[in-house]
Design a binder for this molecule. Structure first.
Ligand code: ATP
Ligand code: MG
Length: 300
């Protein structure tokens, strides 16, 4: 099948999950178990994913050669939604040299001495690169909103902390993304939408399978008590920060194969839109190359 046809088909699958305008967005309208009616076997899904990752590798190579655009992929989710596995599978074909992954955990003392975007801004992808944020500045309106004692640890001057702080932060994030977009950063944000029930199943597996024990942390179970607060925080976040140039993808995450395919498809679609090519060689450069070739051919 022609590449354009495939991309058009991909668009059809991706569109329902792509939020470009937060007005009227309700997270509860999105089913974590959705697979768009697709029932793929493991092998078939893996084949499709491989095609996606191969395309991505080609696009990345041109992104790198052009050295103009950069791509920022933001992953947010509840625990065990599959962030790590998705990043691993979707990026499996790309050249590690053009790719930077950052995982953001609890902030350090140095981080807390700065404004809330500081540590993330330091890690943004350079031109020509793909940057992956495994958790991101969105934690500042998610975990920090759910556990307000974390906000106290940020030592903001008291007059600046009011009820409006979350709306203010969300507005700051939206403006920050506008700014980055105008600098040539393509921003795609993925919320891996796992259900509470599926999360429990995955935690159980981590407890029952010795090889998965290391993945389990007792605090993960504790966080389940705040599920509703997290969903509210995600809902408000997506409403306030979904835009045409920095869309949110609400990716169903109860079926890993579908999560990975959809994420790969969304990235391929976004990068295809840039219509990347390798840098064109002008007449002067062509001359230089011809001279270099002649010199090389003439060597003993
Ligand atoms: P995994 O569990 O797969 O190893 P993870 O991303 O869940 O990956 P953890 O070390 O378990 O990594 O958790 C990191 C924790 O750091 C999360 O609970 C997250 O909410 C928290 N965190 C991230 N950013 C911030 C922040 N700015 N302030 C406070 N906590 C944060
Ligand atoms: Mg964790």
């Amino acid at each position: 099948m022609l590449r354009e046809d495939t991309v058009a088909r991909i668009q059809k699958y991706v569109r329902p999950f792509c939020i470009t305008n937060g007005k009227g967005f309700h997270l509860k309208d999105f089913d974590p178990g959705d697979t768009c009616g697709l029932h793929l076997g493991k092998a078939e899904a893996a084949d499709l994913l491989q095609q996606g990752t191969e395309w991505l590798a080609e696009e990345q190579s041109m992104l790198y050669a052009q050295d103009r655009w950069s791509l920022l992929l933001v992953f947010q989710a509840m625990d065990a939604a599959g962030k790590d596995g998705t990043i691993k599978h979707v990026m499996s074909g790309v050249n590690p040299q053009g790719c930077q992954v950052f995982s953001f955990k609890q902030p350090s003392r140095e981080d807390l001495d700065h404004d809330f975007l500081w540590r993330y801004a330091k890690s943004l992808p350079e031109r020509g690169r793909i940057g992956i944020f495994n958790r991101s500045y969105y934690e500042e309106v998610l975990v920090v909103r759910v556990h307000q004692e974390i906000l106290q640890g940020q030592r903001l001057p008291a007059p600046l902390v009011s009820k409006r702080i979350w709306d203010e932060r969300l507005a700051d994030i939206a403006r920050f993304e506008d700014y980055l977009t105008r600098q040539g950063t393509i921003i795609l944000k993925f919320f891996l939408n796992v259900s509470r029930k599926e999360q429990k199943k995955r935690f159980m597996e981590r407890l029952d399978n010795p090889e998965k024990n290391w993945k389990f942390s007792p605090s993960d179970v504790h966080e389940r008590k705040f599920w509703g607060d997290y969903m509210h925080a995600f809902n408000e976040t997506i409403r306030a920060t979904a835009s045409k140039h920095a869309p949110w993808y609400v990716v169903p995450a109860d079926n890993k194969w579908f999560t990975r395919l959809l994420v790969a498809a969304a990235i391929v679609e976004a990068v295809e839109k840039l219509e990347l090519t390798y840098p064109k060689v002008d007449a002067k450069r062509r001359k230089e190359l011809a001279a270099a070739r002649a010199a090389l051919a003439g060597e003993a």
